[in-house]
Design a protein around this ligand. Sequence first.
Ligand SMILES: Nc1ncnc2c1ncn2[C@@H]1O[C@H](COP(=O)(O)OP(=O)(O)O)[C@@H](O)[C@H]1O
Ligand SMILES: [Mg+2]
Length: 277
Amino acid sequence: MNSSKNRILLTQYPILKTNNLCVSRSGKQILHDVNLSVNSGEFVGIVGPNGSGKSTLLLTILGVLQSQKGTVEIYGKSTKHPTREVYEKISWVSQAAANLPKEIRITVRELVQLGTVKLSNLLFETDKQRRRELVDNAIKIVGLESVQNVSIGRLSGGQRQRAVIARALATDAELILLDEPLVGIDRETRNDFLKLLDDLSHNQGKTIIMISHDLAAIRQTAHRIIYLEETIRFDGIPPDFPNLQELAILRGIKDVHGGHHPIIGECCDENEIKESE
Ligand SMILES: Nc1ncnc2c1ncn2[C@@H]1O[C@H](COP(=O)(O)OP(=O)(O)O)[C@@H](O)[C@H]1O
Ligand SMILES: [Mg+2]
């Protein structure tokens, strides 16, 4: 699956497609007409303010939440009729997953091995060698070989984040969904982690969809940025991402100062405003 030939073939088809997706939670519409198409091997960053529906979108893709209207297709198959094959191709990583309680006494290797546990593995005598290879490879990719037999409770936050990613990789999933994986990790770890995601999409044939409110990080690494606020308000390459003024227009936010800032006087230069999103 990782051969370049396969990859070129796969990139011609969307791995994930949502069509006019509408999702309500507790009677309130959260997502409206979301049309998203992601090709194999892409690294897509999803940004948007708090409560804009980013996690809701991932949970709907994963089939945890049901849409009121519209469809989600993975490899061209609707998730309304999920098949095990389709869900085995998806992996989900959340910030919460990296915050595993310290009392859980499980080593990095054991955690990663859990990624290879599937119903089919449990029911049938499995290819143990293949499972071992998947685990070894996943640990190697995230650079945790030296601590693979260390309890996860003794790892740094960044290492734990890598261990959770390794578990996702060991599932052999092709589509990796990450919900705010950068929260609470230091700058150096963040840069390494982004490099790892970039490598996964470029060299390991993985398709990555990452939610983050770290717009600068997404801009530097993702191939494509989606701005989601109830619906998709921007979908394009990072250099085309709207500036703050354009973003305010997209979001329907009106200038309350009429071009005259109460502190700095004449209309302020948007570049001097710290990016708040
Ligand atoms: N379990 C829930 N029940 C009802 N509404 C929810 C639930 N979880 C989140 N919401 C609401 O859905 C909206 C979108 O939430 P979410 O998708 O988590 O946003 P984001 O991930 O972009 O911060 C918010 O208004 C939030 O209050
Ligand atoms: Mg969220």
